[in-house]
Design a protein around this ligand. Structure first.
Ligand SMILES: Cc1ncc(COP(=O)(O)O)c(C=O)c1O
Length: 393
């Protein structure tokens, strides 16, 4: 029976009858798995490469498989592989799919460490990267394809600058050229159905909303065909990828409440983004659900909702030091990396983002806000006094 996402989040990866009646699957830690005989070990070993079968700790345990089943289902894919971090969920499929002499296309708005990986490791291995404007259309993208282009990487919305990409149109071009489409879908969790929009490999930092409590580092890669599963799973086994079962267990627990936490973050984030948009100190709000965000039309068409992470561009009369002073004055916003936890965060973003295709320039200094589960009026009161500090600077 097909179940809706709220139901899947509650039920997926659980089998109480097999778990001595306990509601949740066990947290299994371990390296060695014992077998009844050499023949039994051999039979399990043959299946364990591509099936969720316990054979050796590195290949996964019931705890990993439970989370992978749940993530695959909510993404609408056939298989998922958990990884030790969100960043390794990006690097693993890039390593698994690309060969020396090949080329990949990456949006200029990509998460910084993805860019570093392309510019260092992939470059050393003879894989060339071209950065493209995330707002490129199908025609523009077509011109960037080469006979050796094997991967179109996408991230929508973009890190820090929130450009929403026209994934279906870009995917159509990539497939016509025989390339695979990768998407860092971390922001779009539950709200963007990757495989319905032409994506082949969907990537998540489970560190963010699935974890939800700022206490784990974890990633997942999801695919929707046996062919892609073979590439991904072999890549995982061959590179020694592993995720802590403790973190998998916590992520699975996080999934049970993901829907309500995300709804709350979406509502609070939108309320605060709209409040910012009406402020005289603000030039523009970079929230995909608002028309001031590049690619808003694709958000309206392709997403079913938003999370609580967005950007604010301040008017040009405020310089970088002014924005830093404002951020330092905020009492309810932690200053730190990451997002998707229960607590609100803020980071200055201008000057920290790297670009090479000439995109991402704004009229003023910018900051990124992650809205948590605090009372929204408390947050707004804090922002109000922060803006007073900005005005005084
Ligand atoms: C869009 C995006 N993808 C991937 C990652 C990497 O996740 P992790 O910190 O788990 O490596 C991040 C982390 O900030 C991110 O923002």
């Amino acid at each position: 029976m097909v179940r809706k996402v709220e139901t899947a989040l509650v039920q997926a990866g659980r089998a109480p009858v097999k778990q001595y009646g306990f509601v949740n699957p066990p947290l299994k830690r371990g390296s060695t798995v014992l077998h009844a005989s050499v023949a039994a070990k051999k039979a399990v070993g043959q299946r364990a490469a591509f099936e969720p079968v316990e054979n050796y700790g590195l290949m996964g345990s019931e705890t990993h498989f439970a989370l992978e089943a749940a993530i695959a289902e909510i993404e609408g894919g056939t298989h998922a592989q958990v990884t030790g971090s969100g960043l390794s969920a990006i690097t693993l499929p890039l390593l698994a799919y690309l060969n020396t002499g090949e080329h990949l296309l990456v949006p200029d708005s990509v998460y910084g460490p993805t860019r570093s990986f392309c510019d260092s490791v992939l470059k050393r291995f003879g894989v060339e990267t071209t950065y493209y404007d995330p707002m490129i259309n199908a025609e523009g993208l077509e011109a960037l394809f080469r006979p050796n282009t094997k991967v179109l990487f996408t991230e929508s919305p973009g890190s820090h600058t929130f450009e929403v990409q026209d994934i279906p149109a870009l995917a159509e071009v990539a497939h016509r050229h025989g390339a695979k489409v990768f998407l860092d879908n971390t922001w779009g969790i539950l709200h963007f159905a990757p495989f319905e929009k032409g994506v082949d490999v969907s990537i998540h930092a489970l560190t963010k909303y699935p974890g939800g409590h700022s206490d784990i580092i974890l990633g997942a890669v999801v695919v929707n065909s046996e062919e892609d599963w073979r590439w991904l799973r072999l890549g995982s086994l061959e590179t020694g990828n592993y995720a802590s079962p403790d973190d998998c267990w916590l992520a699975l627990r996080g999934l049970r409440t993901l829907h309500v936490r995300l709804k709350a973050a979406e509502a609070a984030g939108l309320k605060i983004a709209q409040w910012f948009a009406a402020r005289p100190e603000v030039a523009r709000v970079l929230h995909p659900a608002m028309p001031s965000c590049p690619g808003h039309e694709f958000f309206k068409r392709d997403f079913t909702g938003a999370c609580g992470l967005f950007g604010v561009v301040f008017k040009p009369e405020y310089n970088a030091e002014d924005v830093v002073r404002m951020i330092d004055a905020l009492a309810m916003f932690g200053i730190g990396a990451s997002w998707g936890g229960f607590e609100s965060l803020v980071l200055p973003t201008t000057g920290t983002i790297r670009r090479s295709a000439g995109t991402g320039r704004f009229e003023g200094e910018a900051a990124r806000f992650q809205i948590g589960l605090e009372n929204v009026d408390d947050l707004i009161a804090d922002l109000e006094q922060g803006l007073a500090v900005l005005r005084r600077s």
